[in-house]
Design a binder for this molecule. Structure first.
Ligand SMILES: NC(=O)c1ccc[n+]([C@@H]2O[C@H](COP(=O)([O-])OP(=O)(O)OC[C@H]3O[C@@H](n4cnc5c(N)ncnc54)[C@H](OP(=O)(O)O)[C@@H]3O)[C@@H](O)[C@H]2O)c1
Length: 187
């Protein structure tokens, strides 16, 4: 089977949130250096996999290939704007074989349910950016398990990933990036 490499991307607060209590991304989690890094990563990817709300909220001027998760999909179909996929109706292995028959790098920018799903499928890497010193009270966590008091790092570690060096993307906040990679290298 052609090789597919799955990379997750999130910017989180100190309390592991990707969005506020109303489901919006707060200004404190929007950072130019992070955005530039993220866009460069998307340029390296063959496919972006995202939830329906993220797809609708973010236009796609570069016409990057997208796979949008939605319960409205009958399984997998090509619509004018993207591929649409319902994981309850078609397994990932079949969906990705149809969308990327030659394999390639897959970027997963969330949101939470999508991050949760790919914990089960298996990340090859997770690019965890932190806006340090920022708290988002009662926000939406990056992984559902964080609601039980586990940090994003504990969840990634339990998923078999190991952290690389902490890089400072923006010293002003600071905003830092740690890339967690699959430890076994077997995928
Ligand atoms: N800080 C960050 O790095 C980051 C990352 C991502 C998102 N966000 C922010 O987080 C906020 C919330 O995003 P979100 O999580 O609410 O929205 P989302 O993930 O973009 O979209 C959620 C929708 O995606 C579909 N979906 C997701 N998982 C599915 C599954 N397993 N099976 C079938 N359908 C699935 C469902 O669509 P249907 O209703 O059509 O079934 C669901 O309603 C937004 O403000 C966004 O900007 C922040």
């Amino acid at each position: 089977m052609p090789r597919v490499e799955i990379h997750g991307y999130a910017i989180v607060s100190d309390n592991d949130c990707i969005a506020d209590a109303s489901g919006q991304m707060p200004a404190a989690l929007r950072n130019e250096a992070d955005w530039a890094t993220f866009q460069a990563e998307l340029n390296r990817s063959a496919l972006t996999v995202l939830g329906r709300l993220g797809h609708e909220a973010h236009p796609n001027p570069k016409k990057r290939l997208r796979l949008v998760l939605s319960s409205s999909s009958a399984g997998l179909e090509r619509r004018a704007d993207a591929w649409w996929w319902n994981p309850a109706r078609l397994a990932w292995a079949e969906a990705i074989r149809a969308v990327l028959p030659e394999g390639g790098r897959v970027a997963v920018p969330g949101g939470r349910q999508v991050f949760d799903l790919f914990l089960g499928i298996g990340y090859d890497a997770f690019h965890l950016t932190r806006a340090e010193g920022i708290l988002v009270p009662d926000g939406i966590p990056v992984f559902s398990e964080c609601r039980g008091g586990r940090s994003a790092e504990q969840v990634l570690s339990a998923a078999g990933l190991k952290p690389g060096e902490r890089q400072v993307l923006d010293p002003a906040v600071p905003v830092t990036l740690t890339i967690w990679r699959r430890a076994d290298g077997n995928r």
